[in-house]
Design a protein around this ligand. Structure first.
Ligand SMILES: *Cc1c(COP(=O)(O)O)cnc(C)c1O
Length: 244
């Protein structure tokens, strides 16, 4: 039976092969293990196999795990929908937030980031594909919001994130990722210093690496299929498509 350790090794190999195929520099792609709905023991298995970065979507569920794993050398990334009443929890407990899509969210995270912690790393979530109902800024809104970050000293704007509509066609998979890369390059040329493209999941990580991803967010391929959602949590609606 496949264990988390063997699946993790398989994903690392897949990333390594894609990096070689597409001429990516060694160390230029980080694997974020998406542990939403997974128990603490699964996370510990991955930590023992050398995994350091974990992604969570639901603040309350994440907080319990973060507290029980305090002693582990884990970097926590928030990748879920941000509700205003959860920004303090996120600002106090995470190292990164990938899913910021409004100035109001950014201001709250900035004001609530504890002064003794380093600035919170932020990615703006972009809706590159206008047909998808998932959250995110349009590419044209991203530049204006990115400029505002200079007045938010407790945040560090690192880059862009996208969550495209799933498709199994490898060529179609690359299109939204290419759009995100071109948007980052455009913003870089306007003087915005960002280095991160958070894109690619279990089913499309090769396409994302081909287009320049620097963080792939992988859940299913490491932990197996998520057959149950956590007990009801309003943060949980994003993945049931009840939003919008
Ligand atoms: C769940 C989730 C992932 C991981 O998806 P898998 O297909 O299980 O790899 C990545 N990014 C976000 C934003 C997610 O919500």
């Amino acid at each position: 039976m496949d264990t988390i350790k063997t699946r993790l090794a398989g994903v690392r190999q897949q990333i390594e092969t894609a990096m070689q195929t597409y001429g990516r520099d060694q160390g230029s792609v980080v694997l974020l293990a998406v542990s939403k709905t997974r128990p603490v023991d699964d996370i510990l298995d991955a930590v023992r196999a050398g995994q350091r970065s974990f992604g969570e979507n639901y603040p309350q569920e994440a907080l319990e795990k973060i507290q029980s794993l305090r002693r582990e050398p884990i970097e926590w990334h928030f990748i879920g929908r941000i509700q205003s009443n959860k920004t303090r929890l996120i600002a106090e407990n995470f190292h990164w937030v990938h899913s910021v899509d409004s100035l109001k969210q950014a201001q709250r995270l900035n004001n609530q980031r504890p002064p003794q912690l380093p600035p919170l790393n932020i990615c703006l979530q972009i809706k590159v594909d206008p047909e998808t109902t998932k959250g995110g800024l349009s590419p044209s809104e991203a530049g204006a919001l990115a400029v505002c970050f200079s007045s938010l000293p407790r945040l560090r704007l690192r880059g862009l994130m996208t969550l495209p509509a799933p498709t199994t066609d490898p060529r179609a998979q690359r299109l939204p990722f290419r759009k995100l890369r071109l948007l980052l390059q455009h913003l870089n040329r306007q003087g915005l210093d960002m280095d991160t493209l958070s894109m690619g999941m279990s089913g499309d990580l090769e396409a994302a690496i081909a287009e320049g991803s620097t963080i792939v967010r992988v859940g299913t391929a490491i932990f197996g299929r998520r057959d149950s959602q956590p007990s009801f949590d309003p943060d949980n609606l994003q993945h049931q498509n009840l939003k919008e």
